[in-house]
Design a binder for this molecule. Structure first.
Ligand SMILES: Cc1ncc(COP(=O)(O)O)c(C=O)c1O
Length: 375
């Protein structure tokens, strides 16, 4: 539903306050910040690259996230492809898999499509940076094949503290399961420090990363998995039948962006933090109409609209709500039904400040008009 919503409703001249990513960079900004010259672009030979990803981009990713070990890095067309290749290869019929409630759609799709036996990690079990110990012990049992989570969570913004991550990795290892960790927005943390990549030390962990979120490069379509080399080797037959490899031109840009990650992420993280401060005040001023749990990481949150909650409105209501908001105020949210939350919507605060504030002003007017001055 998420992608279908964007196919239908994302367009020019709207205030998009729905995204889980940051304000995208122009190519001129990328060239300037990463020092890519026209000569370097011209020198790229438009030849085949290699299945695992070219040596330069793999090493750049490994140096930042995998302790320098490029053998454990697979470079893909967005992390979407990394998820498809690795989960499509790892999981089989009848495997027991623990999946976090409200998880990003493709992370839930592949275990379902493979015919796995699914157990849900409830969102409510994640509190104060940790997963409730009893829930963890009851769910992650010996015989479990994989535990699939996304922290900071898209869309709630809930995340783990370093201790919470340690408890999860220990429990998963003790059960003999693979930890599957989607770190799409890991580099923007609000409550605790940025978490280390759990796949940075060799072990039975797969982590996913992407240029689409905190790097501000969703149009580059590059992501990666860090995974045991045997699993990377095992995905090649699937890759050989799908996308083969990336373009060397794209790999050059991605490599340079990775080597300049601090500059690219830093500017956008600062903007997102200013937006979050503004949003926090906005929420306080609208607490009669909306409630939320402030995000602990990433650039989105899942506010709940009191009117829909109090009337126990069905799923169609929040979709109508978002459509009316778009048509009256040119402001885009994603209905919570895309994430199993029928009374809320995904609100992203990673965008340009002016547009973000204009979108919130539209939402404010919309909410107050609906409440008819009664609140
Ligand atoms: C949590 C999460 N994982 C993975 C993806 C896939 O991103 P991409 O294929 O652009 O890297 C997204 C995109 O929204 C996401 O939110």
């Amino acid at each position: 539903m998420l992608e279908e919503w964007y196919r239908r409703h994302l367009g020019p001249d709207i205030h998009d306050i729905s995204s889980s990513g940051v304000h995208p960079y122009t190519f001129a900004e990328i060239r300037e910040r990463c020092g890519i010259t026209a000569g370097e672009l011209d020198a790229v030979v438009m030849d085949d690259s290699v299945s695992q990803g070219g040596a330069g981009i793999r090493q750049a990713i490994a140096d930042r996230y995998a302790g320098g070990d490029a053998d454990r890095v697979l470079v893909t067309h967005g992390s979407s492809e990394a998820i498809a290749l690795t989960l499509g290869t790892l999981l089989g019929t009848g495997d027991r898999v623990v999946v976090q409630e409200g998880i990003y759609h493709s992370l839930g799709h592949y275990p379902r499509a493979a015919g796995c036996e699914l157990a849900e990690l409830p969102a409510a079990a994640v509190r104060e940076g940790g997963i409730d110990e009893d829930v963890l012990e009851g769910l992650v049992t010996p015989g479990t094949t994989a535990v699939i989570v996304n922290f900071p969570h898209n869309p709630s913004g809930a995340t783990l503290s370093p201790q919470g991550l340690k408890a999860l990795t220990e429990r998963t290892a003790a059960a003999g399961a693979t930890l599957v960790w989607d770190a799409a927005t890991a580099e923007i943390a609000h409550r605790w420090d940025v978490l280390p990549d759990p796949a940075a030390t060799p072990g039975d962990t797969i982590s996913y990363g992407t240029f689409s979120k905190t790097f501000g490069l969703p149009g580059l379509r590059v992501g990666w998995a860090i995974a045991p080399p045997e699993l990377i080797e095992a995905v090649f037959p699937l890759r050989d039948r799908t996308t083969l490899f990336l373009s060397p031109l794209v790999e050059l840009i991605a490599e340079r962006a990775m080597r300049h990650a601090d500059a690219l992420i830093g500017t956008r993280a600062a903007e997102a933090r200013r937006n979050l401060a503004y949003l926090t005040e906005w929420m306080a001023g609208h607490r009669d109409l909306v409630r939320w749990t402030p995000p602990e990481g990433g650039v989105c949150a899942l506010p709940v609209f009191r009117e829909l909650e109090e009337t126990a409105a069905g799923p169609a209501a929040v979709e109508r709500f978002c459509l009316e908001l778009l048509s009256r105020h040119r402001t885009l949210l994603v209905p919570g039904t895309a994430f199993g939350a029928p009374h809320g919507a995904r609100l992203g605060f990673g965008g340009p400040e002016e547009g973000f504030r204009a979108g919130l002003a539209g939402l404010s007017e919309f909410l107050r008009t609906r409440a008819g001055g009664t609140r």
